[in-house]
Every structure is written in structure tokens, then in C-alpha cells.
Design a protein around this ligand. Structure first.
Ligand code: AP5
Ligand code: ZN
Length: 217
């Protein structure tokens, strides 16, 4: 399946994507994780992205679209993929449509995670991620690591993302409403959107998501 995951910052996209990608045997492609990996490796792309991310703004399309395309062209993405954080504005959605069309492929579903803003703020404030692998995500109350400050998966150090400060989160939410939400209407016109509540236990949300996606198979 080819799936786009959409939802506000802190909705639980990364958390859900890890389970969904495993259940569906497709790669989880997160543009946020790709940028963070580039930043920690000190690449030119990472250098270009960092200032935008730290300010809560979108990284320019010229950088983002090429990076996402390269990742989608890897062999493991031939059987499908779960996109997390891409597309994030209408021009990225149009670019994705064109890329897929050129390969005679199409999306199967756009899974929209709905969470009230006050919950999103709590989730982001308590989030801690792993220095070694930013897909290892914890929460100081909702998903506590066994040993404080240490990743359960790989033993890496847990830290708070720089863009998780209160001011930057406010900016990211504003960017989500103005630039990302319009892609939901764009995909709704194509009949692709399934909206689920992302409130409640992680496993309950995964169950709801799997049910919604099966209805699209
Ligand atoms: P990105 O990394 O994509 O960040 P985001 O969209 O803001 O999403 P988050 O990672 O903040 O949240 P999430 O929904 O994945 O939540 P999570 O699972 O961690 O992007 C970062 C930046 O990169 C952007 O601002 C931009 O600058 C740039 N960028 C990325 N893609 C781009 C693009 N396409 N174009 C341009 N720029 C781009 O969960 C949050 C917390 O809640 C965790 O602590 C988790 O443990 C907890 N939690 C999860 N589910 C539950 C639950 N059910 N109950 C309780 N707690 C839960
Ligand atoms: Zn880790």
C-alpha cells in the first residue's frame, strides 16, 4: 500500500507509523527523521534544513521534494510506503502526484490523525527522543523509558528536540493549520482521506488505523 499520514505536530504520526509500517510490511518514510539524521551526520542537506526546523518553519520545497523522491526510489519502497510528514503543503502534494503518475502508481489512502490542540501540546512537552535514532520516541509520562534518560531500544541518550520548545511548537501548529491542512481538502477531492481519532492508548489508535486502512485495500 502507499499511504500518507497526516496530523498536527505531536499527533503521534511517528509513533503510529512504526507499528503500521511493521504490520503492513512497508517502509516508514519520515522527512523529519531524514532531516534529523542529516543534521546529526553534519551533511550539507542537514545544514540547509536546520535553521528552518529550529524556527518551526517548513524546509524549502527544493530541498525537501528531492530528498523525499530519492528515498521513495530506494528498492524497499517498491512494494509501497508509509509517508510521515510528507507532503506538507499543496505544492509537495502536487509533486508527489506527478512522481507517482510517471510510474503509473497512485496513493491508496491518506490517514488523518485527529487530536485536540491541548493534548498535542502535552504530548510534545513530554516527548524525549533518542540521540542515536530519532525514530525511538518516548514520553516522560505516557511512555516512560525503563531507565530515565536512556533509550530502551538501543541504549542511546534521550533528549528533548530543539523544535519542541513552547514558542516553536506554537509556530509549528500555525504552519500546520495554514500550510499543511489544505492538503487534506486536496486529497479529500480525490476520495483518499480517512480520519480517525488519535486519542487514547497507542495500541487502540493503531487498531483504529489498521481498520481504516483495511477498508481501503
Ligand atoms: P516532523 O519530524 O515531521 O515533526 P511534526 O510533524 O511536527 O511531528 P512530530 O514529530 O512533532 O510529531 P508526531 O506526530 O510524529 O508525534 P510522535 O509520534 O513523536 O518535522 C519536523 C520539522 O522538519 C518541521 O517542522 C519542518 O521544519 C521539517 N520538515 C519535515 N518534513 C517536512 C516537509 N515535508 N516539508 C518541509 N519541512 C519539513 O508523538 C508525540 C509524543 O506523544 C511522543 O512523546 C509520544 O510518545 C507521545 N504519544 C504518541 N501517541 C500517544 C498516545 N496515543 N497517547 C499518549 N502519548 C502518545
Ligand atoms: Zn534508541
Amino acid at each position: 500500500m502507499r499511504i500518507v499520514l497526516v496530523g498536527p505536530p505531536g499527533a503521534g504520526k511517528g509513533t503510529q507509523a512504526a507499528f503500521l509500517a511493521k504490520n503492513l510490511s512497508i517502509p516508514h518514510i519520515s522527512t523529519g527523521d531524514l532531516f534529523r539524521a542529516n543534521i546529526s551526520q553534519g551533511t550539507e542537506l542537514g545544514k540547509q534544513a536546520k535553521a528552518f526546523m529550529d524556527a518551526g518553519n517548513l524546509v524549502p520545497d527544493e530541498v525537501t521534494i528531492g530528498m523525499a523522491k530519492d528515498r521513495m526510489e530506494q528498492p524497499d519502497a517498491e512494494r509501497g510506503f508509509l509517508l510521515d510528514g510528507f507532503p506538507r503543503n499543496v505544492s509537495q502534494a502536487v509533486a508527489l502526484d506527478e512522481t507517482l503518475k510517471a510510474e503509473s502508481m497512485k496513493l491508496d489512502a491518506v490517514l488523518d490523525l485527529e487530536v485536540p490542540e491541548d493534548e498535542v501540546v502535552k504530548r510534545i512537552a513530554g516527548r524525549r527522543i533518542c540521540r542515536k535514532d530519532s525514530s525511538h520516541v518516548f514520553h516522560v509520562t505516557y511512555k516512560r523509558p525503563e531507565k530515565e534518560g536512556v533509550c530502551d531500544v538501543c541504549g542511546g541518550e534521550l533528549y528533548q528536540r530543539e523544535d519542541d520548545s513552547e514558542a516553536t511548537v506554537r509556530k509549528r501548529l500555525e504552519v500546520y493549520h495554514t500550510q499543511t491542512e489544505p492538503i487534506i481538502d486536496f486529497y479529500r477531492e480525490q476520495g483518499l482521506v480517512v480520519t480517525i481519532s488519535a486519542l487514547g492508548k497507542v495500541e487502540d489508535v493503531t487498531g483504529r488505523a489498521m481498520e481504516a486502512l483495511r477498508s481501503r485495500e
